[in-house]
Design a protein around this ligand. Structure first.
Ligand code: SAM
Ligand code: DTB
Ligand code: SF4
Length: 329
């Protein structure tokens, strides 16, 4: 078995990343097959339960109040509406639901109580629940875990060195501290970042090193390509070459062999064959449904057709995996 490491150096990761392309993809695909069923890809549906008006200054984000984007601000959704969206996502083939809120941090108020009810309701539908709500105290992390949150998404976004270029209203350590609380509360960690914000290749690799320094590795690692949104400071960033995305996915797979590597924002710009290449190189999770949080994403049906074309199948949820394990025992 390939060694699981928490001590990758920049020199080593850079050597991996810069291998001849097919050599890199072959190595990543080989590791992928040792730890995962290569035909199973997780389908997660995203829902923005509270949109816009956020006080942070994340320069990529259309939901930051200080930027003039055309995102309409919406207060926290009602429980019934969220449950019916989850039901519809399940009917379309998703078995994991990720609830996102444009909050800097969770506050102990009635909105948080409502989120806990959403989590319980979605769990009752036997869907795996993920939340991304901003920074957490330990008590809040414990309450989310108790309500049934399986994964908490909290991205480190880029390298520690480049972080200040992107966000000034919180620190890298703030992010890492929330991740520690998530682990302590026994939720799984979903943490990754964004490529295409003007960072160097070394910044991207340092981000992978920071993630692989977390022991055990984050269970899920989303690799987003920047979706440049008009009105944000990053609106004019150019497109990321596909080769960069493919190398990033493969390097994430090699450095974090057991993690789910998620081909996240930016799929609309990639062809079916490009996405297939990413699944070959170790990606095994996507966000599906025609909207991410506020920006467009491929339709469910389009993704299901792509799955059929490549012989892929939706991965089972934690509920299904647990049931199967109980039956065997
Ligand atoms: N407010 C919470 C937070 O920041 O953790 C949760 C929601 S936030 C929108 C979730 C993640 O979406 C961010 O950490 C960032 O990685 C990603 N994201 C936001 N805007 C994006 C964009 N324009 N392109 C790609 N990814 C983006
Ligand atoms: C993640 O890493 N990517 C998702 C999810 N976690 C929450 C969000 C992508 C957001 C893209 C911009 C938008 O739709 O607002
Ligand atoms: Fe707010 Fe999250 Fe957007 Fe940053 S990424 S502005 S914290 S919603």
């Amino acid at each position: 078995m390939t060694e699981i490491r928490n001590n990758w150096t920049l020199g080593e990761v850079s050597e991996v990343y810069h291998k001849p392309l097919l050599e890199l993809v072959y190595e990543a695909a080989t590791i992928h097959r040792k730890y995962h069923d290569p035909s199973a890809v997780q389908i997660s549906s995203l829902l923005s339960i509270k949109t816009g008006g956020c006080k942070e200054d994340c320069s990529y984000c259309p939901q930051a109040a200080r930027y003039h984007t055309d995102i309409a601000v919406h207060k926290t959704m009602e429980l019934e509406d969220v449950l019916s969206k989850a039901q519809a996502a399940k009917a379309s083939g998703a078995n994991r639901m990720c609830l996102g809120a444009a909050w800097r941090e969770v506050r102990d108020n009635s909105d948080f109580d409502k989120v806990l009810e959403m989590v319980e309701g979605i769990n009752d539908m036997e869907m795996e629940v993920c939340c991304t709500l901003g920074m957490l105290t330990q008590e809040q992390a414990d309450r989310l875990s108790k309500a049934g949150v399986y994964a908490y998404n909290h991205n480190i976004d880029t390298s520690e060195d480049y972080y200040e270029e992107v966000i000034s209203t919180r620190t890298y350590d703030d992010r890492l501290n929330t991740l520690k609380r998530v682990r302590k509360a026994k939720m799984t960690i979903c943490s990754g970042g964004i490529i295409g914000m003007g960072e160097s290749i070394d910044d991207r690799l340092k981000m992978l090193i920071a993630l692989s320094n977390i022991a055990p590795h984050p269970e899920s690692v989303p690799i987003n390509t920047l979706v440049p949104v008009q009105g944000t400071p990053l609106e004019d960033q150019g497109a990321v070459p596909f080769e960069d995305l493919l190398r990033m996915i493969a390097t994430a797979r090699i450095t974090m062999p057991k993690s789910m590597v998620r081909l996240s924002a930016g799929r609309l710009e990639r062809s079916k064959f490009e996405q297939g290449f990413c699944f070959m190189a170790g990606a095994n999770s996507i966000f599906a449904g025609d909207k991410l949080l506020t920006t467009p994403n491929p339709e469910f049906n389009q993704d299901l057709e792509m799955f059929e074309f490549f012989g892929l199948k939706p991965m089972e949820s934690i509920h299904e995996r647990t049931k199967a394990a109980t039956q065997i025992a």
